[in-house]
Design a protein around this ligand. Structure first.
Ligand SMILES: CC(C)(COP(=O)(O)OP(=O)(O)OC[C@H]1O[C@@H](n2cnc3c(N)ncnc32)[C@H](O)[C@@H]1OP(=O)(O)O)[C@@H](O)C(=O)NCCC(=O)NCCS
Length: 206
């Protein structure tokens, strides 16, 4: 199910909702990020030469939201807040949306440690993947994950993304260039969609 606002729709599956990041998220977003600095720091993207530390709270949240929303209107980014039971608990961002002969994007995500381990991110990334492949008709989605990030690797495997290979010093994370493993999902890999498959698996486990 989805409702559209700007270029970023709101998607709902049970208790998990993806909705656009907005300026009014500032207080809750900053509170979560502050409380989770140690949890998120090792996996947080940083920008070389800007001197920002991993886990640091951006001094200008409104500027960050405005930049993301402008990118969203241009069709290059889907900046989603993940809500669980109506509360913001994390983010899923589809970025680098490219059309033409590539039709590709990557997906990034994090969750408040208090809500980790409940399958929320797996469902949220499944919803984002289905939207990107079905509604945007992208051909290829990537997850780029540090080899040390066991929880994120588990998410990729559970979603049915396939390990494509190793990228040396691929992204600037936690203050330095870090090696990554790239996982991919190609349109048609999961007939019927990733959300439906997760639901089937959950039903069979009961
Ligand atoms: C990665 C992250 C988003 C996962 O969120 P989540 O909501 O806890 O994910 P889920 O509950 O859907 O699934 C987590 C899976 O990882 C597994 N897991 C968690 N910690 C693990 C560990 N140390 N080793 C192995 N598996 C682990 C869980 O058991 C679960 O798998 P299961 O359902 O098969 O048991 C979360 O750990 C996080 O925010 N980490 C910090 C930021 C980050 O790493 N972002 C991604 C960068 S690529």
């Amino acid at each position: 199910m989805f409702a559209r606002s700007d270029a970023v729709p709101t998607l709902t599956e049970g208790d998990v909702r993806l909705r656009p990041l907005r300026l009014s998220d500032a207080t809750r977003w900053q509170e979560i990020r502050r409380r989770n600095q140690a949890w998120l720091g090792p996996w947080d993207a940083t920008v070389p030469d800007e001197g920002a530390q991993a886990g640091e709270i951006p001094p200008n949240f409104p500027a960050m939201v405005r930049r993301l929303r402008a990118e969203a209107r241009a069709g290059r980014v889907l900046p989603w807040v993940v809500e669980f039971g109506g509360r913001m608990v994390g983010q899923v961002t589809v970025g680098g949306v490219t059309y033409g002969s590539l039709r590709s994007a990557y997906i990034g995500y994090w969750i408040d440690q208090e809500f980790a381990g409940r399958g929320i991110t797996t469902m949220a990334v499944a919803m984002a993947s289905d939207y990107a492949l079905t509604t945007l008709r992208l051909h290829r989605l990537e997850l780029n994950i540090r080899p040390e990030n066991a929880a994120s690797l588990a998410v990729a495997e559970k979603l049915g993304y396939r390990k494509e290979g190793f990228r040396e010093k691929y992204l600037h994370i936690d203050g330095d260039w870090r090696d990554h493993l790239t996982y991919v999902l190609i349109a048609g890999d999961v007939p019927g969609g990733v959300v439906a498959r997760l639901r089937d698996e959950a039903a069979h486990q009961q």
